[in-house]
Ligand binder design. Sequence first.
Ligand code: F3S
Length: 754
Amino acid sequence: MAFDIEMIKKVYENMPDRVDKAREIVGRPLTLTEKILYNHLWDGNPTKAFGRGVDYVDFAPDRVACQDATAQMALLQFMHAGKPKVAVPTTVHCDHLIQAKVDAATDLARAKIQSNEVFDFLSSVSNKYGIGFWKPGAGIIHQVVLENYAFPGGMMIGTDSHTVNAGGLGMVAIGVGGADAVDVMSGMAWELKFPKLIGVKLTGKLSGWTAPKDVILKVAGILTVKGGTGAIVEYFGEGATSMSCTGKGTICNMGAEIGATTSTFGYDDSMSRYLRSTNRADVADAADKIAPYLTGDPEVYANPEQYFDQVIEINLTELEPHLNGPFTPDLATPISKMKETAIKNNWPLQIQVGLIGSCTNSSYEDISRAASLARQVSAKNLKTKSQFTITPGSEVVRYTIERDGFIDTFEKIGATVFANACGPCIGMWDRDGAEKEERNTIVHSFNRNFSKRADGNPNTLAFVGSPELVTAMAIAGDLGFNPLTDTLINEDGEEVMLEAPTGDELPPKGFDVKDPGFQVPAEDGSGVQVVVSPTSERLQLLAPFDAWDGKNITGAKLLIKAFGKCTTDHISMAGPWLRFRGHLDNISNNMLIGAVNAFNQKTNSVKNQLTGTYDAVPAVARAYKAAGVPSIVVGDHNYGEGSSREHAAMEPRFLGVKAVLVKSFARIHETNLKKQGLLGLTFANEADYDKIQEDDTINFTDLTEFAPGKPLTLEFVHANGTKDIILANHTYNAGQIGWFVAGSALNLIAAGKA
Ligand code: F3S
């Protein structure tokens, strides 16, 4: 139905030559990660060795995947690229906009009413531009990608941080912002700093209560939430090959929680089995033919310290089940230590809710192992003490587990089955009583457990564990319960023990589904109309930004001199604003409202130089724009750190800001500013930041000579008539100057010049 075997065969056709060449150039054996990266260079054959953590490299990913929240702006932008179809296979998945409240059918029906116009828009754009569209209820992006699109040795990007899940099928899969996705969909290269490499050697074998989730919970405890930054984590060893493919997916999924660029595993039998059971025998056959290229070289795995930047070793035989949390996924506690740790920290011991599923943990294996525990409830005459919920990752999984009786088993212990969607994992959980903000404990098999993440209650302590452990804990209702050693008292007053979970890696009767929820795009989409209501508050078609008029920018007003930290959250806040992600005008009302004004130390209060009054940043920007007055933003160090959210660059562009001058940029944000046709500049002399005054008017004096490597000169005219000349550096190359001249990178693509 959905994968593109011809594309995959092409990747495999190129791989042996390119990998052999790369090995020769690099002059040593290669890791799997390096093989995949060197086989996906934008320029084709490798010609030089790249410095890990140093060189920026252009890549050609095989696929793009977008979820419904981030796809809106990405597709609105793509519509401007002037292309009849996406340049690489792309899919859109409706999973983030479905709130969990009652049950799957009720919640899905409500979401279809509430977000109808967004779903319709995504469906029609997908249909028009050759994008595969997964309807609401079809499943969660990463599970659907694993079931249909991921393939060993492939490279993909996706507009969601847990895109990394596809590493379970041997991909290099990376989460990006919408602007990056638009580039690749439009046929442009995708740039990434060549990553550092962390090797994780897995020895021994999982058994009993321990699950793949415990591997990543342990790794998170070792590396912390920042330990993987700028690195790809590669797992290998007998422990890796002994694990299921979907278990590998779980481990890679939570690589996002250690900040890793992505994680991956070498091709093995478990992947072949998974591919074959999900109707992709041809992919498995093709992979089998080049199998040695789809894993690291044997010398690398024999002497990992020589070839990785960091190596961690974990013995799966000795690994204990873990629960990580609360409030951070790297606070790892082995289950045997949980009781004393919880008491010491005064964490509420009573578990209110156990939640299993999500993109992280809803494989057939996960569900069947959890069901083996649920079955013991009636067999041992127990009563489930906590509420229990399941969010299946896809309709394929849901249909299959229903057919095999697991849903019935869960319902018998009082479980609620939510829609195949993100739901409680992303705060889309209308939990009864959450508004009371009572302190309480929940356990779940998701990936993130930051404050408010699941139910919006800052006093909910969420602990992350494997689905089987979460099920056992929900049955016991007690955070201090250790199912490996402790007994429970059943309804007859007898002491009983839960037996260790058992299950099937893959459904013995095969996967099945009646309606997978997939919309095949039109062969020729030229006649498809994309309709966006002009009165919609959630969606707005974009108009191209104006091209540069070729003159110096003069008479610009200082909009804000931001003080201290100014992340993409300060520039374009999330929370309630997410609703307007597809409406640039409406979401622009959050522009810089979190930034601190250096002159009064207040947020969202800046001087309107035209009136002399103080007002909200977006209001002042709109006033300047309406008066035809350009504006400029000044900032501190690492301006724009945080996410790759393109709204943080589009909003200032939309509201008439011409340049952002800072002490230093977070690189992705700097690139996003360039793509939107803004000037992203840095002080040649940082101390000049202090010279900028509240009533300044700014003139560029040599923008007409804008060229790579040549600083620009800005004149800051103060209220008293004096002025400071400030030199600004920039990192624009000739192509990027072309973006500025055209008004945006997309304008250039649309003009057929990029
Ligand atoms: Fe959705 Fe949570 Fe996964 S938000 S994509 S289920 S991480």
